[in-house]
Design a protein around this ligand. Structure first.
Ligand SMILES: CCC(=O)OC[C@H](C)CC[C@H]1O[C@H]2C[C@H]3[C@@H]4CC=C5C[C@@H](O)CC[C@]5(C)[C@H]4CC[C@]3(C)[C@H]2[C@@H]1C
Length: 395
């Protein structure tokens, strides 16, 4: 991780004091300027499919057991970008912009080859207090749909910030009418006292398939055997069986190897470091909806990038004041902000069926509702936009 300029270190002291009285709301932390990222948290939903070819691979596999392995492999290949891409690119973990209610982040991974087809990203901040981001990633050609939502419950102790993720991801294969319920790993931020924070994943997470396969991923961080960071070991089993069908071991930010459960035969080694990611295409700012992150935060992002703290402050307050006005008006009119692509339900059949599987502590999804992608709303927006284009063309 990059060294922190001495001057910046001086602001680290007050920051460390501020986290000593940390109340669990990450957005409330007064992060020092060098930790502020110009990226909004709504953009993090894109980390789920930066290798579209791996994201759609299960849709082309006829054998259900191999499909379950390909879903586990895809999940593991998303971890490096999810949890260490800021450290790799920017020298340390950063504090993302805290999205406002209704903020959108829309993009697509194009496919010049024609084999993968286009993969669309829809990310929406469906709650501000507490912050919850819902997302859907759609690939029509292979009938693959990922939908999910996540929030964070954070605490601070012994010099590290621990984050439990609330929510889940649901990977659906249309051709096989198959679902995979994915739980989100807990994490903690190491290196805070050295003013060079980075994420390490804790404990374990699971993937339960409607075909009865269970993947468990155990994150051992600085493995006590290897001493290497980001170490994990994963197994794929049939529900109720002790037999390991496949075992995957290694580092989610580097290499990991897929082995046959019984024979330990090495089937494949994946290199997270060398596998190219596909860039996400985002519409130019002038074509974006005012609610889209990079248009809404443009002035704040600009001032963070130029280190102009004062403008960052004033531009952020403008957005926060606009939001307060909107909430006040909604309250007076007795209505709630209309989410554009997602709906909150108290029960989701797939979630219920798969979360009954033993060992899946998914109770948090049941407390204040589950956010699901609303196909009806999506097609209405698409029609409205298409209509819009048509009228522009007509004009
Ligand atoms: C916050 C003040 C400060 O300077 O703290 C020092 C550090 C920057 C720690 C706080 C921030 O660390 C960031 C890491 C962020 C998570 C990274 C990846 C993901 C996966 C994604 O799928 C969902 C979101 C999630 C969990 C991010 C949530 C927000 C985190 C914890 C940032 C912290 C504010």
């Amino acid at each position: 991780a990059g060294a922190v300029p001495a001057a910046a270190k001086s602001s680290w002291g007050p920051f460390l004091k501020s986290i000593a009285s940390f109340n669990g709301d990450l957005a409330s932390l007064t992060a020092p300027p060098f930790i502020l990222s110009p990226t909004s948290l709504t953009e993090y939903s894109g980390y789920w499919a930066e290798h579209p070819e791996i994201f759609v691979a299960p849709g082309q596999e006829k054998d259900p057991q191999k499909r379950a392995l390909l879903v586990l492999k895809w999940f593991l290949t998303t971890l490096k970008q999810q949890y260490s891409s800021r450290s790799e690119k920017l020298g340390s973990e950063k504090k993302p912009l805290n999205p406002f209610l209704g903020e959108l982040f829309l993009g697509k991974w194009k496919d010049p080859t024609g084999e993968i087809g286009e993969t669309q990203l829809i990310s929406e901040q469906v709650s501000h207090h507490p912050p919850v981001t819902a997302y859907a990633i759609l690939n029509e050609k292979h009938g693959v749909k990922l939908e999910g939502y996540n929030g964070q419950k954070a605490s601070f102790s012994r010099g590290t910030i621990s984050v439990r993720q609330v929510g889940h991801a649901k990977y659906h294969l249309k051709e096989f009418d198959e679902d995979y319920l994915i739980t989100l790993p807990s994490l903690h931020i190491e290196g805070i006292v050295y003013a060079s924070p980075y994420v390490e994943l804790n404990r374990s997470s699971t993937i339960h398939s409607s075909t009865g396969y269970v993947a468990q991923i155990d994150y051992s961080g600085k493995g006590w055997v290897t001493g290497k960071k980001n170490t994990f070991s994963a197994t794929l089993k049939k529900e109720g069986s002790k037999d390991i069908l496949y075992a995957i071991d290694g580092q989610w930010s580097d290499d990991f190897t897929i082995k046959e459960g019984k024979t330990k035969k090495e089937l494949e080694t994946y290199s997270a470091k060398t596998t190219e990611i596909t860039p996400l295409y985002i519409a130019p700012i002038e074509e974006q909806d005012p609610l889209e992150s990079r248009r809404a935060w443009a002035k704040v992002q600009e001032s963070i990038n130029t280190g102009d703290l004062e403008t960052t402050g004033t531009e952020k307050s403008k957005i926060e004041n606009e939001q307060r006005e909107l909430r006040k008006k909604e309250k007076e009119e007795g209505r709630e902000w209309e989410r554009r692509y997602f709906t909150r339900v108290m029960d989701d059949p797939v979630f219920t069926r798969l979360s009954e599987s033993p060992g899946l502590a998914a109770e948090e999804g049941k407390t204040d509702g589950i956010w699901v992608f609303d196909e009806k709303k999506f097609s209405q927006v698409a029609k409205a936009n298409a209509g819009g284009e048509a009228t522009n063309a007509a004009a």
